[in-house]
Design a protein around this ligand. Structure first.
Ligand code: SF4
Ligand code: SF4
Length: 189
């Protein structure tokens, strides 16, 4: 994707106020696994040009995420629902000439969004709840199981739900899922 008309739209943003900038944020980020190289991004735009989500989105731009981290626009990043559009395909990681791991940066930011802002897309909560209840992220209907038998496929392994629940409890994820605020639609502010 060339960065032409739709790329230009990303600059139509509210004015950045000086008090929004956290100069320490990029240092904090670069200590976290996956985001270590955020400061060496030189804004070439390769990640945005090759990102399959940016190709179909008016507002999701991985290059912009890297720049916002460098500028210290922490709150804007964490509250931007577009953060949850990344599909973690790692194309940007493979293609970045600086070795910046945008997918890792997005993961770190998402974790912060949940921890600091207490927000999560509804679909993530639903998948995690399914996992905790039944050991699979999707509830598998009886008809699908029957189809496996008809196709001669082996039965699915039985999940150890007790252990899964324990992991959710020990890591604090169970309590977090209970109190987290959800939103249904992923869009830019
Ligand atoms: S490809 Fe790498 S260096 Fe280029 S804008 Fe994206 S993160 Fe920055
Ligand atoms: S990992 Fe995310 S940001 Fe990177 S190319 Fe894939 S969808 Fe785009």
């Amino acid at each position: 994707m060339s960065e032409t008309k739709s790329e230009a739209r990303e600059y139509v943003q509210p004015v950045i106020k000086a008090e929004e900038l956290d100069p320490k944020f990029k240092y904090k980020m670069s200590k976290l696994h996956g985001a270590e190289k955020v400061m060496v991004c030189f804004q070439c735009g390769t990640c945005t040009a090759d990102c399959p989500i940016a190709r179909f989105s008016e507002f999701y731009r991985p290059r912009r995420i890297a720049r916002m981290v460098q500028l210290g626009l922490k709150d804007r990043l964490l509250l931007d629902k577009a953060l949850w559009l990344c599909s973690s395909c790692f194309t940007c990681v493979d293609h970045c000439p600086q070795g910046v791991e945008i997918a890792g940066i997005v993961r770190v930011l998402r974790n912060m969004a949940v921890a600091d802002k207490n927000i999560l897309p509804l679909v993530y909560k639903e998948l995690a709840t399914n996992l905790m209840k039944g050991g699979f992220v999707y509830e598998i209907p009886e008809s699908r199981l029957q189809k496996r038998v008809e196709q001669g496929l082996p039965p699915l392994p039985k999940p150890n739900v007790k252990d899964v629940v324990k992991i959710f409890e020990v890591t604090g994820s169970a309590g977090l899922l209970e109190k987290v605020q959800t939103f249904a639609k992923v869009e830019s502010k």
